[in-house]
Design a protein around this ligand. Structure first.
Ligand code: 5GP
Length: 202
């Protein structure tokens, strides 16, 4: 069975990565969502083990020491990381893995696994991003400003990504991500060998 592929959805905090990913999952396509670990406190409604593994700073450091992370990064005062084991197990089962991470983590994975597909999700405008971040009501004014500042820096790397999707309309953005996933599986360099073997076996 072919191994699954990794799809990185990166982009500014508040751009709607979570909402787009949720829509993509609703399409029924079989995908595995990588639940990250974080030292950030849960927001109301967030569930441990579903939205994140909420762990202490000390536990985070010991996971780093054990080599348990595929990547990890600090983001506006908190640590975030992708547990390696679950990603690899899902890929070995042939499942595609979706990662919702910020750009430093995306960069680390790109260096380790250049075949991972990087999708940058951009806001339709900075004003809209500010509105979404403020509307969430979970961050202080100062944290919102920090996240906005960080967003502008993050956007500079978007041109290096494989794909750039603008989250103006949720349905449209999710449809584009699904199209990218489908197209990635048709890449000749990945498919050629399997198709050749099938053809020659006839
Ligand atoms: P939030 O605190 O809003 O849930 O997440 C803040 C940022 O951290 C978001 O851009 C989110 O995509 C990113 N993030 C979530 N999990 C991870 C992870 O495992 N690794 C990295 N590098 N970033 C993450």
């Amino acid at each position: 069975m072919a191994k699954g592929m990794t799809f990185i959805i990166a982009g500014p905090s508040g751009v709607g990565k979570g909402s787009v990913i949720k829509k993509v999952f609703e399409s029924g396509r079989k995908l595995y969502f990588s639940v990250s670990a974080t030292t950030r406190a849960p927001r109301p409604g967030e569930r441990d083990g579903v939205d994140y593994h909420f762990i202490s700073y000390e536990q985070f450091q010991s996971w780093i020491a054990e080599g348990a992370f595929l990547e990890h990064a600090e983001f506006v005062g908190n640590c975030y990381g992708t547990p390696k084991r679950y990603v690899d197990e899902a890929m070995d089962r042939g499942e595609d893995v979706i990662l919702d991470i910020e750009v430093q983590g995306a960069e680390q994975i790109h260096r380790l696994r250049p075949e991972a597909v990087r999708i940058f999700l951009a806001p339709p405008s900075w004003a809209e991003l500010r509105r979404r971040l403020t509307g969430r009501g979970t961050e202080s004014e100062e944290k919102v400003e920090k996240r906005l500042q960080r967003s502008r820096e993050e956007f500079q790397v978007a041109r290096e990504y494989d794909y750039l999707v603008v989250n103006d309309n949720l349905e449209q953005a999710a449809a584009e991500v699904l199209a990218i996933i489908a197209a990635s599986h048709c890449r000749a360099e990945d498919r050629y060998e399997a198709v050749r073997r099938t053809l020659e076996a006839q």
